[in-house]
Structures are given as C-alpha cells and as structure tokens.
Ligand binder design. Structure first.
Ligand code: 3PG
Length: 206
C-alpha cells in the first residue's frame, strides 16, 4: 500500500482519540462494519499504542494507522505496534525522514503552499491538509490545485458531515478525516451501534 492507496480505502478516515484501550477493538469493528476500514488512532493518549496493537491483532479488516505523529520516535513506536500508515499534523525534515524510514505510507501535514512545496521536494505527493477549516478550507485547496495539481490532500480539522461532501468533490482531495465519527460520549458508553451508523453515513459520501 502506498499513500495514494489510502485515499481509495474510504472517503473518510475516522480520527480517534481513545482513553480506554478496551474500547479499541469494539470501536474499530463498528467503524469497519459501517464501511470505514482506515482508522487513525491519535498518539495523544497514554493508551494509543496499546489500542493500535489490539486493533492490528484483533480486527483484521481494519487498516489501523497512527495519527498525531510529531516526534521521530513516534513513527517507530507506531510501526512496531502494527500501524499500517502514519499521519502527522505538520512536518519537519527529521520527522519526514523518520516516517519514510518505517516503510509505511504516511500523510505528513501541510497547511501552506510552502509546506506543500517542501514535501514535494522530498518526493511526497499525498499530504494531510491541517487544520483544514482554520487554514482556509475549500477555497484554499482550490487555490493550491492551480500551481500544485500533483498534490492530493486529506483535509482534517473542522471537517464535518455538513462540509465533507464539498471537500470530497475537489480534484485534489483524496479523502477527508475527522473526529465526528467517534463522539466521546458514544465511545464512553459503548454505543457501537451509533458509531456504526455514523460510519455508514460517512462511507456513503463517495
Ligand atoms: C485532528 O487531528 O485533531 C483532527 O484534525 C480532528 O479535527 P476535528 O476534531 O475537527 O475533526
């Protein structure tokens, strides 16, 4: 799988923030059953690596990745846990090198033309556009597509059911990401039916 292949897995990548590792497997199953196999578990909580390990081992139809990769050793830890892709909110040369060294597909974050050009210089054409709405949203992505048509983005940050289809209609958007698929109260109460339903609605966006 390369980074462009990630875009073909599903129109939406759920961005998951987990506080309880026991929720990881049922949550991933609900998302996969709803039609969203690519799942980004953010390295923002102490249980994130354990959650990735469990999903990788117990939910074979999920393609679990690590998000919020911000330090070079995050990339190695996530790969060792079984992550199949990496996502970062922004990027530096060191971080890009560390992500590439894992051999996994990765979506480094870019929010400006200069950041996208710097990644292009390193041979990267698939990126996360973050934070999508505050950084300029749909008009900004349309503007980038003029000079940089070879770049495809996964916009994340403020993407919601109300605007996701408009993002997905852009030629330089491969998929979108967001936390709306896994509301904290539904995860806490184990309402997997609700999450399966949100995933199904998102899967139908393309
Ligand atoms: C993130 O990485 O935190 C995502 O961009 C989530 O953004 P959202 O909560 O607006 O979906």
């Amino acid at each position: 799988m390369n980074a462009e292949d990630l875009f073909d897995l599903a129109p939406v990548v759920p961005v998951v923030v987990l506080d309880d590792a026991d929720a990881a497997v049922p949550l991933a199953r609900a998302l996969v059953e709803g039609g969203l196999p690519a799942i980004e578990v953010t390295l923002r909580t102490p249980v994130a690596i354990e959650a990735i390990t469990r999903i990788a081992a117990e939910v074979p139809d999920a393609v679990v990745g690590a998000g919020t990769v911000v330090r070079p050793d995050d990339a190695e830890r996530a790969a060792a846990a079984g992550a199949r892709f990496l996502v970062s909110p922004g990027c530096t040369e060191r971080l890009q090198t560390a992500m590439a060294a894992t051999g996994l597909p990765f979506l480094p974050g870019a929010a400006t033309a200069s950041e996208a050009v710097a990644l292009l210089e390193a041979g990267v054409t698939a990126m996360k556009f973050f934070p999508a709405e505050p950084a300029g949203g749909i008009p900004y992505l349309k503007a980038l597509n003029g000079p940089l048509p070879q770049v495809r983005f996964c916009p994340t940050g403020g993407v919601k059911p109300g605007n996701a289809a408009d993002y997905l209609a852009l030629p330089n958007v491969g998929c979108v990401g967001g936390t709306w698929l896994t509301p904290a109260d539904a995860v806490r109460s184990g309402d997997w039916d609700a999450i399966r339903g949100l995933a199904a609605e998102a899967a139908a966006l393309r």
